[in-house]
Design a protein around this ligand. Structure first.
Ligand SMILES: O=C(O)CCC(=O)C(=O)O
Length: 330
């Protein structure tokens, strides 16, 4: 294995996070994804809104339209905007948000240039990925306040959501991308500097089965790093960075994507979901060249998941004794 020795990697390994400023262009790289989300909303309006309302709602802007559809009681609404299969109950018609614009983002040269400095030249797109639309918390139904896709995200490490083999072996980074300026007030992520050095810790099953660091209350006594970001910036997280996201206390939306990449030769940690080369010195390794091929990978994965009914399941990292409890290590 080639050792990566870049300055960026050293900082990531030391601090657990990186903020790379101003590398994406809103109109070119991000707005097309918001447009595609709006297209999904229009389809949902067509399907679920009363006929007499549709013409009017089609004319609403993004936020007003989303607010409208979020009141229609659509089952698992977030899933229509999330760029992966649902965790449970995978069915033939399970929907997910995979657009040409997202494909372009996953393959964005400037993102991959940064990732190459962290993982080396042989990089795979990892299927642990999400797109999140967060309304002001005051507008959320109570059941969504602690749901990481639409509300707050609990304290966790990203390595914890991989299979047990992935928890041990996957060499992965998270690339978090804001579509809206993200601040303390509207729910930015927070972390603790250098806490990644503790390695993988024991987690517990939190709200709706989301993974949560065991004893996460103890993190309140650390100085938080607020991972605020402007549109165009990206935030990189180490797989052992402990992080969560704050409530959106603003009156506006907070929208983001979190993509992941892993080093070739290490497992995806989410079989059989798509895990394919996006960069390699040997061009023959790149077999997925376009959006249609990418979708067909997701559809094939879906067919494999239907009989077992789930797209992914991960054992909570729970080591045999309490040696890996946060409480024992800080
Ligand atoms: O965007 C968020 O609220 C949380 C993102 C996150 O925790 C992650 O990408 O691991």
């Amino acid at each position: 294995m080639m050792q990566v020795n870049s300055k960026l990697k050293k900082i990531l390994d030391r601090d657990g996070y990186l903020r790379i400023k101003n590398i994406l262009n809103f109109n070119k790289d991000l707005k097309p994804i918001l447009n595609d989300m709006e297209y999904v909303m229009d389809n949902l309006v067509n399907k679920f809104a009363p006929r007499h309302m549709r013409k009017k709602v089609f004319k609403y802007d993004f936020k007003r339209k989303y607010t409208y559809i979020s009141k229609l009681n659509i089952y698992d609404l977030d899933q229509h905007f999330n760029t992966r299969l649902p965790r449970d109950n995978v069915k033939k018609d399970s929907d997910y948000f995979a657009s040409q614009s997202l494909w372009n983002l996953i393959n964005h040269k400037k993102i991959l240039d940064v990732v190459e400095q962290l993982l080396g030249s042989e990089i795979l797109s990892n299927p642990v990925q999400n797109t999140r639309i967060k309304q002001p918390e005051s507008k959320l139904p109570r059941r969504s306040v602690h749901d990481g896709l639409s509300g707050r995200t609990p304290w966790h490490q990203d390595a914890a959501v991989l299979s047990s083999v992935g928890q041990r072996l996957t060499d992965m980074v998270t690339v978090w991308i804001p579509f809206t300026k993200t601040t303390k007030n509207n729910g930015c992520m927070i972390t603790v500097k250098e806490i990644n050095k503790l390695g993988l810790l024991n987690h517990v099953s939190g709200y709706k089965g989301q993974v949560e660091i065991k004893g996460s209350k103890l993190l309140d006594k650390f100085k938080p790093i607020f991972l605020e970001a402007n549109v165009g910036d990206i935030i990189i997280l180490h797989k052992h960075s402990i992080h969560c996201s704050l409530p959106n206390r603003s009156n506006d939306f907070r929208i983001s994507a979190d993509l992941r990449y892993n080093r070739a030769g290490t497992p995806s940690g989410r079989k059989p979901l798509p895990n394919f080369y996006v960069r390699s010195r040997n061009k023959k390794n790149i077999t997925i060249h376009n959006y249609k091929q990418w979708i067909s990978l997701w559809e094939k994965a879906k067919n494999k998941c239907i009989p077992r009914k789930y797209a992914f399941k991960y054992p909570l990292p729970t080591f045999k004794n309490s040696k890996r409890d946060l409480a024992r290590l800080i």
